[in-house]
Design a protein around this ligand. Structure first.
Ligand code: SF4
Ligand code: SF4
Length: 428
């Protein structure tokens, strides 16, 4: 095969597709658009055509169909041939990013390579957004018709990160498990991966995660020099930046004498678990990255592994669960979140139809393709409405924002929370 650069390394994964079509009914974009080119099989066919020199990299159709992919990896879960679609997609996007970029993509690339690589710059960029989300005029602005559609959408998503977005999270600070008291338990040591957007905008979720870990007798290390996991970069085809971030995180967490590296954002967890593959070609880091990846656990996985101890305060709520794609499909962590949720005292659990189908958030997909993202969101909200639940739980920052915005706009009285926040409420 005369193949393009990054795609060249994934050529055998392309050949693994036997064109059976079993992935079509699992693919959200195919289900919405009904075009084979917007299915996993169709996209793989297009990528193979590029790899074999039958389709130029400059093809408009190629760029459009690859761009419309959510990267949800539902196709990987159902594929009998084990096609590693996510890896091939990232390689294709890396090659496309070198070939052609729209103005918007250039802007996103600048932010990814020059802002998301630096915790200090991220802090500066997010400081005004943290201020803005607490201002009453911001809500009025989001509800009014003055802003251009894309800006209004971004503001709505920002407002959905406000700690007051779901006022259920109001347990007084002094009633939360005390770190110093609870850490005296079994002497487990864990390192916490705080995430970049999560550290800046989901402080209540991160705080709840640390508190629950401490209530389990864990001493929690949160290295201040950790950086973004690189997931947004890899998904956008910025693989070299993703590798640079991965090397930095490997160095930082090597210094932590922790039995596990715990993460509460599904998208970050999926990326961190794939560092071994991302750095496989780096002689200095390949082995270190594999060792790093082997320690990574989603918070639900880790708590079930060490023996979950829910608190004693019943919450008295009807609860449902929406599985984040990067937990369910990319990490294949399917039972631990459900087990955790079912053991929260005082809940009635109701299953959600199509829980494992993407809500349309998909990183920044909802900002880039708002129409299709909203169609997926609408379908999700219809299923949510039928559950009659008080709370929907989901373990990914992007899904939390997207679902909260949707619930608010639809006028549903459902709170959207991370499972760990609800669990944290049960401790005295
Ligand atoms: S299920 Fe797997 S092998 Fe079958 S068409 Fe889809 S990607 Fe190819
Ligand atoms: S990653 Fe998701 S949207 Fe993309 S082809 Fe696979 S199932 Fe479809």
């Amino acid at each position: 095969m005369a193949v393009a650069r990054a795609l060249a390394h994934e050529a055998e994964k392309l050949l693994a597709c036997i064109h059976c079509g079993l992935c079509l009914s699992a693919c959200p974009t195919y289900l919405q658009l009904g075009d084979e080119n917007d299915s996993p099989r169709g996209r793989l066919y297009l990528m193979r055509a590029v790899a074999e020199g039958r389709l130029p990299m400059t093809s408009e159709a190629l760029a459009r169909h690859i761009d419309l992919c959510l990267g949800c990896r539902a196709c990987e879960t159902v594929c009998p041939s084990g096609v590693r679609y996510g890896r091939v997609l990232e390689a294709m996007r890396a090659d496309l990013a070198r070939e052609r970029l729209t103005l918007g993509q250039r802007g996103a690339r600048f932010l990814l390579n020059h802002v998301f690589t630096s915790p200090m710059r991220l802090r500066w960029i997010f400081a005004p957004t943290r201020w803005l989300r607490r201002r009453p005029f911001a809500r009025r602005l989001a509800e009014g018709g003055l802003l251009p559609a894309r800006l209004k959408l971004a503001l709505e998503l920002l407002l959905a990160t406000s700690p007051e977005a779901d006022s259920i999270f109001t347990l007084p600070r002094e009633r939360r498990p005390s770190p110093s008291a609870s850490a005296r338990g079994e002497g487990r040591r864990v390192a916490f991966f705080a995430g970049c957007v999560a550290r800046e905008l989901f402080e209540q979720t991160n705080r709840a995660t640390k508190e629950v870990l401490m209530a389990h007798g864990c001493e929690v290390e949160d290295p201040p020099d950790q950086v973004c996991c690189g997931a947004l970069h890899a998904h956008a085809g910025e693989l070299e930046t993703a590798r640079a971030l991965a090397r930095r995180n490997v160095r930082v967490f090597e210094r932590c004498a922790a039995e596990a590296l715990v993460v509460n954002v599904a998208g970050c967890g999926a990326m961190l678990k794939e560092y071994g593959e991302l750095l496989a070609g780096d002689p200095e880091y390949a082995e270190r990255a594999r060792a790093f990846a082997a320690r990574v656990r989603d918070i639900s996985e880790y708590l079930i592994e060490i023996g979950l101890r829910p608190g004693s305060r019943p919450v008295g709520l009807t609860v449902t669960y929406d599985a984040p794609c990067h937990l369910h499909h990319a990490q294949r962590v399917t039972t631990a979140p459900l087990e955790l949720i079912r053991r929260i005292p005082g809940i009635t659990f109701v299953p959600l139809v199509e829980s494992e189908i993407c809500c349309g958030s998909a990183g920044i997909y909802n900002l880039r393709h708002p129409e299709l993202a909203d169609r997926l969101l609408h379908r999700k909200l219809e299923h949510l409405r039928r559950t009659g639940a008080d709370v929907v739980l989901t373990g990914n920052a992007g899904c939390l924002m997207h679902l909260r915005r949707g619930v608010r706009r639809a006028g549903l009285s459902i709170r959207v929370m991370h499972p760990i926040e609800l669990l944290a409420l049960t401790y005295e």
